[in-house]
Design a protein. Structure first.
Length: 411
């Protein structure tokens, strides 16, 4: 027997709240109520054989109804003829007549009233935020205290688009840097809706790009690199980090630039004449897509042997077609079977990157399609250091590097 219980009725209303349908119905003026829920009456046989259980279940329904507790659902009874028991008056459905009764049932009356006030103010001041009201009502409700300040910041940005100052310089009551930092995610959704297209740099995406997206001054991204030729290092500073703009204007006397995505590999990369190694930091490599002096260098990219690594290689090669991969070949993969790992599902790239050589594309497809093992990954830091030195020696032999000895020996 599976008759409806008061707990199930509350759960159904709670689901309307959690799914945000209650809010959207109000925003859209949708007639969601009265809401009828079947009590799932037992069959005639169950009624006869389990009469006591049925009466207990019905009593429980009545005990939780509006007639008993003063709010919530009401029960609708119908007379049911039963061959053995005779006429029985049984509840066939529970009815929530309006939103107020539903909200009282789950204790959300005041919360909903707060949302209504927030929504009415928002609609009045920023009609463009209607979509956000429908998409994120619960998130907005959680920001009840902060919402007026968020609206005030939106108003400021409408009158001061792309202000060209640091967030710290915004002088609005109750709005300081910590407040703005804490709410960048919601503010981004709001500003995207209320600002004109020319006030938003759409290519700047994510929380870290908030300032650039909306025209604030910001700490410029830094590029970390090491001089592999100590004779080129200014004042002996081998490991440096400079703003991207300064890096773009560096124009150093190097002939070769190596990219690696692993910090330890970056730090341990051996000395090489007229060379530099750059810490790529994954897709942060996009920031290096237009470095003028790179075009006079031979560029080598060393990433993980997985679909993600080949995707980054392809992206770098989109800006610099002559980029050469380093240790991203089948021989390296198969020589390190004992070091194989698993590529996380969330970073796998299933669409073949466009800028790969035929051998790279074949290896990428093998990794993607599980030619050797499903979701196979060889992380660059697991490749033997001697294998790196051997690869660099091969470059030297092909006259890509000069013949001075390397500073480290194979392990």
């Amino acid at each position: 027997m599976t008759m409806l219980t008061p707990a199930e009725i509350r759960a159904k209303v709670q689901k309307l709240w959690d799914s945000q349908r209650l809010f959207r119905a109000w925003l859209d003026d949708e007639p969601l109520f009265p809401l009828e829920i079947s009590t799932r009456l037992p069959s005639g046989r169950e009624l006869a054989e389990r009469y006591g259980e049925v009466r207990t279940a019905i009593a429980s329904l009545h005990a939780g109804s509006r007639a008993e507790v003063g709010h919530g659902y009401r029960l609708v009874d119908e007379e049911v003829a039963h061959r053995q028991l005779g006429a029985q008056r049984l509840p066939v459905k529970a009815v929530l007549d309006d939103r107020e009764e539903a909200l009282r049932l789950i204790g959300k009356v005041r919360d909903f009233q707060r949302f209504v006030r927030l929504a009415q103010e928002t609609r009045e001041r920023f009609p463009a935020l209607e979509g956000l009201l429908r998409a994120r009502p619960l998130a907005i409700l959680e920001l009840t205290e902060e919402w007026p300040r968020l609206l005030r910041f939106c108003a400021y940005m409408q009158t001061h688009p792309r202000p060209g100052c640091y967030l710290r310089a915004i002088d609005l009551p109750g709005i300081d840097t910590k407040f703005l930092e804490a709410h960048k995610g919601m503010l981004a959704e709001m500003l995207d809706a209320v600002l004109p297209d020319e006030a938003v740099e759409r290519d700047a995406k994510g929380i870290k790009a908030f300032e650039r997206r909306y025209g604030f001054l910001h700490d410029p991204p830094g590029v970390r690199f090491r001089w592999l030729d100590p004779g080129l290092a200014p004042m002996g500073l081998l490991d440096m980090q400079v703003p991207l703009e300064a890096f773009a204007h560096l124009d150093p006397p190097v002939e070769r630039v190596f990219f690696t995505e692993n910090k330890v590999n970056f730090l341990a990369f051996p000395d090489l004449p007229r060379s530099m190694v750059v810490f790529g930091q994954g897709y942060g490599i996009r920031a290096l897509a237009d470095i003028p002096w790179f075009r006079d260098c031979t560029i080598h990219y060393w990433g993980d042997l997985d679909t993600h690594g080949f995707s980054i290689l392809s992206e770098l090669r989109a800006g610099y077609p002559e980029v050469r991969s380093l240790l991203m070949d089948e021989a390296t993969l198969l020589a390190h079977r004992e070091s194989w790992g698993e590529e996380p599902a969330e970073v796998r790239v299933l669409a073949e990157p466009p800028y790969l050589t035929p051998d790279e594309a074949d290896l990428y497809r093998g990794l993607r399609d599980g030619r050797w093992r499903d979701r196979l990954r060889l992380e660059q830091e697991r490749i033997a250091y001697g294998w790196l030195l051997s690869a660099l020696s091969s470059l030297r032999a092909s006259q890509l590097l000069e013949t001075e000895p390397l500073s480290a020996e194979p392990g």
